[in-house]
Ligand binder design. Structure first.
Ligand code: COA
Length: 259
């Protein structure tokens, strides 16, 4: 029986709640171990269609790593914890079913990183997001430096990670971190509606689509440049390119044929 997380399944939708409200649902070692055990079960659940993750209480989704446990974390332990949590969050990102974060309140540090590992984020108007690690003299270790820039762009991610400042729900929506903002009291209803809609779609198509979309952000920058260069070269061989360049130089509107 888990002490720090709770899980229930309504029909084919799972609801996982981080359950340490007195500590703002901070990610303790105990909590992440219990999360790992539960994930192992969920990965085997063929009836599950969508997983929703939220935080207990009305203040926090997850307020980050348990700062008490940071006191004695040396370099070796830091590497171990970081690798463990990176892998744990990647398992969430790649769970066979879509994972929706219902961000009720603070999503800070590891809590932001957990929300980022979820496939979709719905947030309440009380939610706040931030990467305050730098203020503690550390850097994010649960995948945040890689996932945040992919979602919101390099400049915005850099600002959040270098300042540690929080942003509110509306700013999170504006920059693409949150899919939508809903009133706090409607958060679970709205999230469940979305979960039910996805659960009503053909499960295999949903699974394959999720895998394909996740794959879109993989691959090295080098191979991206390589592909870009090939496609640039290909575009240089088209009739439309000849027409476009000529039309510009002749100060007229180009007429394109798609050839
Ligand atoms: N780890 C451990 N305990 C935490 C915690 C964390 N990440 N975040 C909050 N808590 C604890 C507080 O110590 C406090 O415990 P106490 O009542 O035993 O003293 C309790 O949760 C309530 O937090 P409190 O700070 O009193 O609430 P608040 O409403 O004033 O502020 C936050 C809320 C989330 C803004 C603030 O707690 C905070 O900044 N937390 C740390 C966030 C952070 O840096 N996370 C990244 C860690 S790498």
């Amino acid at each position: 029986m888990s002490k720090t997380i709770s899980y229930e399944k309504k029909e084919n939708i799972g609801l996982l709640t981080m359950n340490r409200p007195e500590k703002m649902n901070a990610l303790s070692e105990e909590l992440t171990n219990e999360l790992e055990e539960l994930l192992t079960e969920l990965e085997k659940d063929d009836e599950l269609r969508v997983l929703v993750i939220t935080g207990a209480g009305d203040k926090a989704f997850v307020a980050g790593a348990d700062i008490q446990e940071l006191v004695d974390r040396d370099g070796i332990a830091g590497r171990k914890v970081s690798r463990f949590r990176q892998e744990l969050f990647s398992r969430i990102e790649n769970l066979p079913v879509p994972v929706i974060a219902a961000v009720n309140g603070y999503a800070l540090g590891g809590g932001l990183e957990l929300a980022l590992a979820c496939n979709i984020r719905i947030c309440s108007d009380k939610a706040q997001f931030g990467a305050p690690e730098v203020k503690l003299g550390i850097i994010p270790g649960d995948g945040g430096t890689q996932r945040l820039p992919r979602l919101v762009g390099l400049g915005r991610a850099m600002e959040m990670i270098l300042t540690g400042d929080f942003i509110d729900a509306h700013e999170a929506y504006r920059i693409g971190l949150a899919n939508r903002v809903v009133p706090f009291e409607n958060l679970m209803d709205e999230t469940m509606k979305l979960a039910q809609k996805i659960a009503s779609r053909p499960p295999l198509a949903v699974k394959y689509a999720k895998d394909a979309v996740n794959r879109s952000v993989e691959g090295s920058t080098g191979s991206g440049y390589d592909l870009e260069s090939y496609l640039h070269a290909l575009s240089c061989t088209t009739e439309d390119k000849k027409e476009g360049v000529t039309a510009f130089l002749e100060k007229r509107k180009g007429e394109f044929k798609g050839k």
